[in-house]
Design a protein around this ligand. Structure first.
Ligand code: D5M
Ligand code: ZN
Ligand code: FE
Length: 537
């Protein structure tokens, strides 16, 4: 089946307002007269249908066998495209680390799909010989969506509440490893005692002699902890962010007024963590930062991506996860309006929805908002409201909060837009987190078991009864965006993926030397957690 035809079918349908299932597109494209088949399929579909299904097309083709192609106008059949380079597999891009996931990016382009993965028991649908119609993505299950559950009004005691919840849940993760002494009882232990305490980082200062004074706060008070500059653990102080939860072990000074720290513990991911995998061969595309409405939005590249999803090669790509910034938004950054292609935010979502229609209708889509989207900026960000959902309904995406934990075929994916990554990158030394290796900044969030530890900086945190930003359960995959750089790797067996963007370099990014990774689609094998990256530039 020439891609050219299938892609033209998809675009023609999207122009007519339809999202279409892949097999529906294939049937139309392969029929003797795609133009006629398309028309009669649209007629066969109910008037309020948003998705053109395989059944609609079958019905149309059976009711009205299309005439011999020689007798219909073939002017629309353009010659096959010679540009086959646009979807080349990219395995080398920014592959500069020693992460295991990079060494074997599992370049499986062209792998025939489906056949080895059917269960021994034959699916009744399968026996009908419906080919691609046998695919059946399950709607992903979302664990911690807080859309519609926001209780915060911004009152002071709510901030106290959210930090108490953070402390309780993260200290709970550390309690098995240390014997916590409440801050207000430490002094009474007397000089020289061994002491362990768990607290949120309340202050980090260097002393006159270059040591580090880290003040920890628990629910009873604060206590100063001294990390000597010549100890190995001094290196870890570089990694600390304000308000994160850590534990220290050490010895109480003679006057019992300070702890000399021997060890620092993070909630962390156990090194022995074993991720779950899907029990069939199925893939997910992990993207973010589409930025529709920006003059720099790369519509052509998006079109190539959507076309590719309709090809046989992408047959097993059944899920599309979008980690925020669907649109460019308005008034997000100073002077942003000078680079807007669409000035009205609702029009931006309308256009975004048009682009979503090009994505096969039989794919499951999950999306969370980002800082450019039309929801509150403070995190957790609830999923889009009813009006925006209405605009984006054609594809019936699952719209959930930022962050969200999404179970995709048994693989838990923590989706988070990633505003805190800017902060982690700004605060930590280059080798621990940088824009060129955004996945390393993600490792830090996994280690801290919190997606946005630092309060009061760039990342705005909304007070809720619960700290939704705590990473309670270790995810199998951590998916973020925001920094517009592609990077991935494994941290204690958890795959961290930052997914690049669909927006060319903006003036601001030029001014600060951010060179975005555009039009890449990380494709994740859910059965092996191997990943490869497809380029659509
Ligand atoms: O931001 C994409 C990346 O660029 C992210 O790392 C923040 C940074 N960025 C982009 N524009 C600005 C301005 N105007 N000020 C500060 N930082 C900026 P995104 O929010 O996804 O567009
Ligand atoms: Zn963005
Ligand atoms: Fe963003």
């Amino acid at each position: 089946m020439p891609l050219e035809t299938s892609s033209r079918v998809v675009q023609a349908l999207a122009r007519r307002g339809y999202n279409a299932e892949r097999e529906a597109v294939t049937l139309i494209a392969e029929s003797s007269s795609p133009e006629l088949a398309l028309e009669s399929a649209i007629e066969a579909a109910p008037e309020d249908a948003l998705v053109l299904t395989t059944d609609h097309v079958r019905e149309a083709l059976e009711a009205e066998p299309v005439p011999d192609p020689k007798q219909v106008d073939g002017a629309n059949r353009s010659p096959p495209s010679t540009d086959t380079g646009s979807t080349a597999t990219d395995t080398a891009s920014s592959a500069t680390t020693d992460d295991p996931a990079r060494e074997d990016p599992s370049v499986s382009s062209g792998t025939p799909a489906r056949e080895p993965h059917q269960d021994a028991e034959t699916d009744p649908d399968e026996t009908k010989g419906t080919g691609a119609g046998a695919r059946s993505p399950n709607p992903p299950v979302v664990a911690n969506d807080m859309t519609g559950a926001s209780t915060g009004t911004g009152a002071y005691d709510e901030f106290v509440g959210v930090f108490r919840d953070r402390y309780e849940r993260l200290s709970g993760q550390l309690r098995g490893r240390v014997n916590h002494r409440p801050a207000d009882s430490i002094e009474a232990m007397g000089g020289g005692a061994d002491v362990e305490l768990i607290g949120l980082v309340n202050d980090i200062r260097s002393t006159a002699s270059g040591h580090w004074l880290v003040e920890l706060e628990d629910t009873t008070g604060t206590f100063p902890c001294l990390v000597m500059k010549d100890r190995d653990i001094a290196d870890l102080v570089d990694e600390l962010l304000m308000d994160e939860c850590i534990a220290v072990s050490g010895t109480l000074a003679d006057d019992a007024g300070i702890v000399f720290v021997d060890a620092i513990h993070f909630p962390d991911v156990p090194r022995t963590y074993r991720p779950s995998t899907a029990d069939r061969h199925v893939q997910a595309a992990l993207i973010s930062d589409v930025h529709v409405g920006s003059q720099e939005f790369l519509a052509d590249a998006w079109g190539r991506f959507a076309d590719w999803l309709h090809t046989e090669e992408a047959e097993t790509v059944e899920y599309l996860l979008i980690a925020g910034d669907m649109v460019e938004g308005v008034g997000v950054y100073p002077n942003q309006d000078e680079e807007l292609d669409i000035v009205d935010i609702y029009d931006q979502y309308e256009t975004f929805s048009e682009h979503l229609k090009e994505v096969p209708g039989d794919m499951e889509i999950v999306m969370i908002p980002g800082n450019h989207d039309a929801v509150r900026l403070a995190e957790p960000q609830p999923g889009f409201d009813e009006e925006l959902r209405g605009i984006m309904s054609a594809h019936d995406p699952q719209i959930v909060s930022n962050p969200a934990v999404v179970d995709v075929e048994g693989v838990s994916v923590l989706m988070y837009h990633g505003v805190s990554l800017d902060e982690v990158i700004a605060e930590l030394p280059e080798e621990k987190a940088s824009y060129d290796e955004p996945h390393k900044a993600m490792y830090q969030l996994l280690k801290k078991r919190h997606v946005a530890p630092q309060f009061g900086g760039k990342t705005r945190v909304a007070p809720e009864e619960r700290d939704y930003l705590v990473i309670d359960e270790v995810p199998d995959v951590f998916h973020t965006g925001h920094v517009h750089k592609l990077g991935w790797g494994k941290y204690h067996n958890v795959l961290a993926v930052n997914s690049g963007c669909w927006q060319a370099q903006t003036d601001f990014q030029k001014s600060v030397n951010i060179d975005p990774d555009v039009a890449h689609a990380p494709i994740l094998d859910l059965d092996t957690l191997d990943m490869m990256v497809r380029k659509f530039v």
